[in-house]
Design a protein around this ligand. Structure first.
Ligand SMILES: [Zn+2]
Length: 81
């Protein structure tokens, strides 16, 4: 009984690693509010949204992941026009 039950890990989001890779591919910056790691959700048939995994701050909904990433990074970068 020394190892952590694997069931605990299996109940985690099975797409967590894909989410992280996608966030890195998009160059998402840390949350503008708390510095937490962002998470991106969406698909071809659902709008894209970026949410902070720590504080729950989220972007608006966008048609593409690139648009969502751009909006998130503008807020995170603090240089909105
Ligand atoms: Zn946050």
């Amino acid at each position: 009984m020394t190892s952590v039950p694997t069931a605990e890990r299996i109940t985690e989001n099975p797409f967590a690693h894909l989410d992280r890779e996608r966030c890195e591919a998009l160059g998402l910056l840390a949350c503008p509010h708390c510095g937490g790691a962002p998470s991106i959700t969406g698909s071809r048939n659902n709008p894209w949204r970026i949410t902070c995994k720590s504080c729950g701050a989220s972007s608006s909904l966008y048609d593409t992941d690139a648009e969502a990433a751009g909006a998130w990074n503008r807020r995170a970068g603090g240089n909105a026009p």
